[in-house]
Ligand binder design. Structure first.
Ligand code: HEC
Length: 206
């Protein structure tokens, strides 16, 4: 083999190696980009649903409290929470709320939800001890690129408005009406800034 042929052979091997590398990597990169893009689209849609559910509930709750007081608020929340979540649960989406301490047992978390709730709660508790600003919203997602299933959660913090029905000092009349509808209620005893629960959404391709 003369020098020229040897050089040619070497360059053929090198270019074959290079092209096989790029062949091996390129589709994977594109795939990851596509998955990342798909997840970002779903996150955006999920946030839209969260906004709609949050705003819908708040409006109904405030109207009921204004016209009939807190006990009416409890009944309204009981009547409205399911239907508002159901109205958003279409086109493959399932939209709801959950918590580590639920009022409505239908909202109980599954394993993945429990993990995220524990994580959010840990972040909030840790943040109470430091003055560092916490990046909000506290959220988490999971995307299964094989089945196309996408899950999303966004933390719900206890605010002043929530104290009357989820706080440490719920009025006896309110307690009574809660107990009437939710005999196994666990959702009291929270203080402002605690993790009250989370919005939880699942998308399943139809
Ligand atoms: C007037 C009483 C009332 C007020 C005020 C209220 N809630 Fe609730 N909350 C309820 C009732 C009743 C339910 C159960 C609804 C259902 O059946 O799904 C509930 C359920 C929830 C749930 C779903 C998980 C679970 O425990 O079943 C979350 C999360 C929640 N409330 C957060 C809040 C937050 C945050 C605020 C303040 C912004 C608030 N609530 C204010 C009465 C109230």
């Amino acid at each position: 083999m003369n020098k020229y042929v040897a050089l040619m052979a070497l360059s053929t091997i090198l270019s074959a190696m290079l092209s096989s590398c790029s062949l091996a990597e390129k589709p994977q990169m594109t795939n990851i980009d596509a998955q990342e893009g798909e997840a970002q689209i779903k996150i955006k849609q999920a946030k839209g649903h969260v906004k709609a559910l949050g705003a819908g509930l708040k409006t109904r709750l405030q109207q009921a409290i204004r016209s009939g007081g807190l006990t009416a608020g409890v009944e309204e929340c009981q009547l409205a929470a399911g239907p508002i979540a159901d109205s958003l649960s279409k086109n493959g989406w399932s939209v709801g709320r959950t918590s580590l301490k639920v009022r409505n047992p239908d909202n109980a978390p599954d394993g993945w939800e429990r993990e995220q709730l524990a994580h959010f709660s840990g972040l909030l508790e840790k943040n109470k001890l430091t003055s560092e600003p916490l990046k909000r919203p506290l959220d988490a997602y999971q995307y299964d690129d094989e089945s196309g299933e996408f899950r999303y959660m966004m933390a719900i913090e206890q605010g002043q408005l929530c104290m009357a029905c989820h706080g440490t000092n719920v009025a006896p009349a309110v307690k009574d009406v809660i107990a009437k509808h939710y005999p196994d209620d666990q959702a009291t005893g929270f203080t402002v800034g605690d993790l009250r629960g989370a919005f939880t959404l699942t998308y399943q391709p139809e």
